[in-house]
Ligand binder design. Structure first.
Ligand SMILES: [Zn+2]
Length: 472
């Protein structure tokens, strides 16, 4: 059997969170009473003229910088013609052969090496309205009684990012999308939430034999609404294609939906030839020609991005890749970590707390005073674990002071602990005999008894030492 290599490219749509829509003054945003945020422009009344949203253009340039793209000196809006109820004009204003951002790359750090994914383009367009299929079990058009259209979403600024087919596994595709999402969120240009549809991703999937040049026929996977579903959908499609080729069949170009329940893909419509959208330049808009100083200003406004930060954390704080990645899952968590670590708290200890107990507490890192948290972490070996966990849970309180909890110290005084240890050993002669007979695992039982009696306040290290001495 030949060895197969996955070839995956992604197309990502990101809804920008500008106050207003792409070509009119209507408020943009998620939800709301249907059809309340519309006007003659986004409903396509005859004679209504579009005016581009300056912020949307600037944010797309910013994203282009984050994707290492070349920013075009001239970008042109085109009309992409197609007939569908969610598209009142009969065309979508998009960018075609002269997009705003071109030829970039995005680096995804991994445990061993970086994965670099080429970016073909990132262009600006307007979103379609939302179609809601009523009746029927699946919420899809098949089996529904009728469909409603909500034009609130119609005309919202949308960026489309197209990658090169550089991704070589379903897992890499998922990691790429997660880091891209984090980058977009930190740029402050979109909430990029898959469940709200403000981030949507399609995958182009094909396989080829290892060493084979060129590409085989690809299929397009749509309708995947979480990072896990995308990874599983790609896996399912790779399996199907490999089976098809190995059984002497041929993969045909088509669009597929991933069905989560059955873990299979089903065809949507077959493309006999490429769709003909009859693109032509939008006659109501002049080309976008961003000035060089604006492009440079926007470049300077791009903050340190999460991919670079993961590598810096590994280097500066000598952390593992895993720890650096978990700490950088949000900008706020990364910033809190740096406050704590720069305050002189042991970098590894701070990382352990922030990637485990702190995450488990569910506390918003942006609300925590790093200095106070650092004091708490530095003193954690001297206070009962229960107190420490309670302190973490309360650390977002504006009144939070580490001092409050530090008085609750562990009992490390052997004079105080010794009589208790003696009593527990006397009360459990059977276990003592078993321990001495070789069942050394019973040490934990005795430690547990001491902890129970002291309500967790005994210093476990001292208790261990005392028990070992007495049982030897
Ligand atoms: Zn409008």
């Amino acid at each position: 059997m030949p060895e197969w290599e996955p070839v995956i490219g992604l197309e990502i749509h990101v809804q920008l969170k500008t106050h207003t829509k792409m070509f009119c003054g209507c408020e943009a945003g998620f939800g709301g009473e249907p059809n309340t945020r519309t006007c003659p422009v986004c409903l396509a009344f005859p004679g209504a003229l579009p005016v581009p949203n300056q912020t949307a253009v600037e944010w797309t340039i910013k994203l282009g910088h984050a994707l290492n793209c070349r920013i075009a000196e001239r970008a042109v809006f085109h009309r992409k013609n197609y007939f569908y109820p969610d598209n009142p004009k009969g065309y979508q204003i998009s960018q075609y052969d002269e997009p705003l951002c071109i030829d970039g790359s995005f680096v995804v750090p991994g445990p061993e090496t970086d994965t670099e994914v080429g970016i073909v383009r990132a262009h600006l367009e307007e979103d379609a309205a939302k179609t809601v299929h009523v009746g029927g079990a699946t919420g899809r058009i098949v089996g529904s009684a009728h469909s409603n259209v909500d034009f609130n979403r119609g005309g919202t600024p949308l960026v489309e990012i197209v990658t090169q087919p550089d991704i070589r596994s379903a897992d890499d595709a998922k990691r790429f999308l997660q880091l891209l999402r984090q980058t977009i969120v930190e740029l402050g240009i979109s909430d990029a939430e898959m469940e709200k549809g403000t981030l949507r991703a399609d995958a182009n999937v094909s396989v080829r034999e290892v060493g084979e040049m060129g590409y085989r026929t690809r299929t397009e996977l749509k309708n995947m609404n979480s990072f896990n579903h995308i990874a599983r959908g790609i896996e399912a499609e790779l399996r199907r294609q490999i089976e098809t080729w190995e059984s002497g069949g041929e993969v045909v170009q088509e669009t597929l939906d991933y069905e989560v329940k059955s873990d299979t893909v089903t065809p949507r419509r077959r493309k006999e030839e490429a769709d003909d959208y009859r693109y032509f330049p939008e006659p109501d808009l002049v080309p976008v020609e961003p000035e060089a100083d604006v492009v440079e200003r926007l470049r300077s406004e791009v903050p340190e991005l999460p991919g670079a930060r993961i590598r810096r954390f590994e280097r500066e704080y000598e952390l593992s890749y895993y720890d650096a990645e978990v700490l950088n899952a949000s900008a706020a968590r990364a910033a809190l970590y740096e406050q704590v670590a720069l305050d002189g708290v042991d970098a590894k200890a701070a990382s352990n707390v922030l990637t485990n107990d702190f995450v488990a507490s569910g506390v918003d890192p942006a609300a925590v005073n790093g200095g106070e948290l650092g004091k708490l972490i530095a003193a954690r070996a001297t206070i009962p674990r229960e107190t420490f966990i309670r302190a973490l849970a309360e650390s977002a309180d504006p009144e939070f002071r580490a001092e409050t909890y530090l008085g609750d110290t562990l009992v490390a005084d052997t004079g105080e602990l010794e009589p208790l240890v003696d009593r527990i050993l006397a009360d459990n002669p059977g276990q003592v005999a078993a321990y001495k007979g070789g069942k050394e695992g019973l040490l934990g039982f005795f430690v547990g008894q001491v902890m129970k009696e002291t309500e967790g306040k005994a210093d476990p290290k001292v208790v261990n030492e005392l028990l070992r001495a007495k049982l030897s």
